[in-house]
Design a protein around this ligand. Structure first.
Ligand code: DX5
Ligand code: ZN
Length: 221
C-alpha cells in the first residue's frame, strides 16, 4: 500500500533551505511539496522557479509543485525546466483543464489537479484519464499552519471511489492541516499522499516526525 509523505517547504526555515531538504530526506520524505502562490489566486505570495531549482539542486526526490496562481500555464515551461516532477493546477484557476494537463505531460511532468474545499469533485469527473494526481485541499489555500477542515475526509472517500471506478492510478493527495491526528482519517478514507508543513517543521524533532506521520497509517483492520 502506497504512503507518501511530502513535506511542504513553505514551513521550512528559508535561511537554511538546503539543510532542511537534507533533513527531510534523511527522515524518509518521499516527495517535496512546493507551494507557489501569486497573491492573486490566494492572498499570499511565495516563490517560483528559482526556489524549485534550488531544491532540485539538493535532492533527487520528486518535486510536487502546487500552483496556487491564476493563469498557471504561464509557468509550466520554467517550472518544468527548474526540475518540477509534478505540476498541480487548481480547477478553479484553469478553465481549459484538458489542454493544460496535456501541456504539462508534454513537458515531461506528471499532471495534477487541486480542488479547493468548496469545489465539488464533479469539476474533474470528465477528465479523470488526463489526471496523474488529484489534490484534495483540506484547508483554504494560502497559508501553512491552518486547521484541517473535517469534511474533507468524506470528500477523499468519494474521490477514492471516483478514481477506482474509472480505473485511474492517479495519486490521491491531501494538503492542509495534516498532522498525527488527521493523517489516519484521510489515509483510511483512501488517500495515499500526504502534504505536511507545520506538523513536520514545528515538531520538536522534525526528522523523526516524518516517520511518526507514516506510522499513523497502517494496515486496515
Ligand atoms: C496551503 C498549502 C499547503 C501548506 C500546508 O495553502 O497548499 O501545502 O503548506 O501546510 P500545513 O501542513 O501547515 O497545513
Ligand atoms: Zn500545497
Amino acid at each position: 500500500m502506497t504512503i507518501r509523505i511530502a513535506p511542504s517547504i513553505l514551513s521550512a526555515d528559508f535561511t537554511k533551505l538546503g539543510e532542511e531538504v537534507a533533513m527531510c530526506e534523511a527522515g524518509g520524505a518521499d516527495w517535496f511539496h512546493i507551494d507557489v502562490m501569486d497573491g492573486q489566486f490566494v492572498p499570499n505570495l511565495t516563490f517560483g522557479a528559482k526556489v524549485i531549482e534550488a531544491v532540485r539542486s539538493r535532492t533527487s526526490l520528486p518535486l510536487d509543485v502546487h500552483l496556487m496562481v491564476v493563469e498557471p500555464e504561464k509557468y509550466f515551461d520554467s517550472f518544468a525546466k527548474a526540475g518540477a516532477s509534478t505540476l498541480t493546477i487548481h480547477a478553479e484557476a484553469a478553465p481549459h483543464l484538458h489542454r493544460q494537463l496535456n501541456r504539462i505531460r508534454e513537458l515531461g511532468c506528471a499532471a495534477g489537479v487541486a480542488l479547493n474545499p468548496a469545489t465539488p469533485l464533479s469539476a474533474i469527473s470528465e477528465i479523470i484519464p488526463e489526471i496523474d494526481l488529484l489534490l484534495i485541499m483540506s484547508v483554504n489555500p494560502g497559508f501553512g499552519g491552518q486547521e484541517f477542515i473535517s469534511y474533507a475526509t468524506d470528500k477523499v472517500r468519494r474521490a477514492r471511489l471516483m478514481l477506482d471506478e474509472s480505473d485511474s492510478n492517479a495519486a490521491l493527495e491531501v494538503d492542509g492541516g495534516i498532522n498525527r491526528d488527521t493523517i489516519r482519517l484521510v489515509w483510511e478514507a483512501g488517500a495515499d499522499t500526504f502534504v505536511a508543513g507545520n506538523a513536520i517543521f514545528s515538531a520538536r524533532d522534525p526528522q523523526a516526525e516524518i516517520g511518526k506521520l507514516r506510522a499513523q497509517c497502517g494496515v486496515l483492520v
